[in-house]
Design a protein around this ligand. Structure first.
Ligand code: PSU
Ligand code: MN
Length: 305
């Protein structure tokens, strides 16, 4: 294994004995949720993965080392870091974080890369990045990573702060299967449906695992998106989400916010504008996806035995 990557002994043991492991990202801890909700949510996601019989592997760069399987103390430290002090680590950021021995929080793209290097095939998160509304050239590196790294990413779709039709087009171009689990349409993060039809629906984690297993066996090198809607009792009404999103994205543009700062800014503003309701929805879908990721990882490891 690469000297720049470190696996916790629990994760290394699980992978060696071919047990189910689920990768979890760290950008949602440093940039997605405020303290202490970020800490509570990260730990709740790990617990949800464990309940399914899988082993969680929260991933970040710590002092220049890609760390797969953070300890509780390490999660706590990242969660309590003052906002803006930890680098958001996508594909392009690894050389900087590793070369300068920095701490950095991995995005969906960054976590996929680290998971793949470690040999983990299932990763659960909240929402993926996408094509920004009104900025068709601001395409999240997450979409490109899904096209070139063989990891199954379990998410609640993408926030409607993004241009969802263009996001689906880019995923198609990148050769990424988008599988609805219990849904015929792309979920829109805070809400169960964007109304955009998907061309594949499955209804069990086992079926999702079969598609992932086939992808990995074929070996074309791309990832998959498994889209799981937020639980009905926790979704925001579409118009509530939409009004807040339009205002927040407008404010971001007016304030000249760009690049990697857009997504954290908009998440924070939407939470303020919805009196915290969007944040509760966010936490709910994160824990739900962690549980579903665990179920898919367990099914995948059974298929391969
Ligand atoms: N979606 C969320 N919360 C988040 C993110 C996405 O609901 O914290 C993070 C993920 O780590 C994702 C990143 O990979 O934002 C996308 O950033 P960008 O749009 O700059 O590619
Ligand atoms: Mn972007």
């Amino acid at each position: 294994m690469h000297s720049k990557i470190h696996l916790s002994s629990e994760v290394a043991d699980a992978l060696r004995s071919r047990r189910a492991v689920v990768a979890l990202e760290s950008t949602l801890i440093t940039h997605g949720l405020p303290y202490p909700a970020n800490l509570e949510t990260a730990l709740a996601m790990e617990a949800a993965v464990r309940q399914t019989g899988a082993v969680p592997a929260t991933i970040a760069v710590l002092k220049g080392r890609i760390t797969v399987g953070l300890s509780k103390a390490e999660i706590q430290e990242l969660a309590a870091a003052p906002p803006g002090t930890v680098r958001k680590c996508s594909r392009r950021d690894f050389p900087v974080a590793l070369g300068l021995r920095q701490d950095a929080a991995t995005t969906v793209a960054g976590t996929m890369i680290a998971a793949h290097l470690a040999g983990i095939r299932v990763f659960a998160t909240g929402g993926i990045g996408g094509v920004h509304r009104g900025h068709p050239f601001d395409v999240s590196a997450d979409l490109i990573e899904l096209g070139r790294t063989p990891v199954a990413v379990v998410c609640a779709g993408a926030k409607s702060i993004l241009d969802l039709p263009l996001t689906l087009e880019v995923l198609e171009t990148q050769g990424v299967p988008v599988v609805g689990l219990g849904t015929d349409t792309l979920p829109a993060f805070y809400t169960r449906s964007s109304g955009l039809p998907l061309d594949v629906r499955v209804d069990t984690p086992e079926q999702a695992a079969r598609i992932a297993a086939a992808a990995f066996q074929l070996g074309l090198g791309h990832g998959l998106l498994i889209a799981v809607p937020i639980q009905p009792e926790d979704e925001l009404p579409a118009e509530v989400a939409e009004i807040a999103i339009i205002q927040a994205t407008g404010e971001a543009a007016a304030a000249g916010i760009h690049g990697k700062d857009v997504t954290p800014f908009v998440l924070k503003r939407v939470a303020e504008l919805t009196d915290g309701r969007s944040r509760r929805a966010n936490v709910s879908l994160l824990v739900n996806n962690a549980r579903t990721g665990g179920q898919i990882a367990v099914a995948l490891s059974q298929l391969e035995r």
